[in-house]
Write a protein that binds this ligand. Sequence first.
Ligand SMILES: Cc1cc2nc3c(=O)[nH]c(=O)nc-3n(C[C@H](O)[C@H](O)[C@H](O)COP(=O)(O)O)c2cc1C
Length: 398
Amino acid sequence: MLSYSLRPKTARTVFPDTGPSGVPSPFCEGSPTRLTACSPMASDLFTPLRLGPLELPNRVWMAPLTRSRAEADHVPGALMATYYAQRASAGLIIAEATMAIEGHSAFIREPGIHSAAQIAGWRLTTEAVHAAGGRIVLQIWHGGRACHPLLNGGLQPVAPSPIAITGDEIHTPEGKQPYVVPRELADGEIPAIVEGFRQAACNAMAAGFDGVEVHGANGYLLDAFLRDGSNRRSGPYGGPLENRARLLLEVIAAVRLESEVVGLRISPLNGYNAMVDSDPIGLSTWLAERLNAAGLAYLHVMRADFAGLQHGDVLTPIRRHFGGLLVANMGYDVEEANAAIGAGAIDAVAFVTAFLANPDLPERLRLGAPLNGPDPATFYTPGPVGYTDYPALAVPVA
Ligand SMILES: Cc1cc2nc3c(=O)[nH]c(=O)nc-3n(C[C@H](O)[C@H](O)[C@H](O)COP(=O)(O)O)c2cc1C
């Protein structure tokens, strides 16, 4: 299963708009791009934010988080609804990676959004979150070469090029297995993938989500096309960046037909799933510029590498070249998050491990209350233990 570390091992990003102490000045000396005029009050994690038609009460987002709690046939159940409703105080919940197209599962018990039963199952979650006052979008994905035949009725995974993930194993019903060499997708098969994402977005809206996030990160299919370590093909989807990004941009355009709120998650530096690119900063800069025309509600950037091997500052060029709402993730604490938002370097922060263990995370951060620690042993185990039993603060403090 995933071996995500709880914090990236890279050095922290130093944002460009901080003073000598590293703390941004809230008045007048802010970001040359964002806080140019005197601003009476700098924003922080607790400043409301507009996201298309959605009014977010804070900027403490819940990042997508696979928990392997779906029922048979990848159908989300009532337990998942409880879990997400507990976290409804997030500015925005981005629900976990969810299979857009049947036959491309990379996790045991991962949810899907390609069947009527899955749509009905997800409706339990969206209704529970909305009833609790929250907002929720669905992360839709295709696992690409991270899928395994033992999770998909014997189907060989597909990818831009026939290059297997190395250095890790995948959990299957028959125990841990090496990743297999994927089959190279023919150009003629790509329209069906784009259409699968469009249909998944349509299904997500039918299930009551407030939008979707396209999973373009962590080495799964769209990211595998984007980065040149995993994309060695020629033709319209290989070679120069404009070709490697073609599938991602086609998917975003298709998904936008179905949903007003479409986010995109990318991880240009993350080496997870044996990913690498020869020029992650160049890729980030080019993509940020190109995404201005894509109609995204937000761009969600994982800023570092789980393994700590690939370094760099991707957020600064992305902020400079992308005019839309920018959400950052990986290893933030409340001080750094507030400083970065206050400086105008980012607009919101998505938290994972902190949200996993603290259903009332925004309130705890606001109060400076202690945080429950996450239990990695129950990240992916079935049932409520380590899922819906993390306690909220006993007595909310005014
Ligand atoms: C248990 C677990 C499951 C995750 N599942 C997903 C997922 O479904 N989709 C995704 O894009 N990232 C996933 N991630 C990565 C997180 O969204 C996030 O990028 C990472 O944990 C770093 O955030 P943090 O520093 O706030 O913990 C997962 C991480 C963990 C620990």
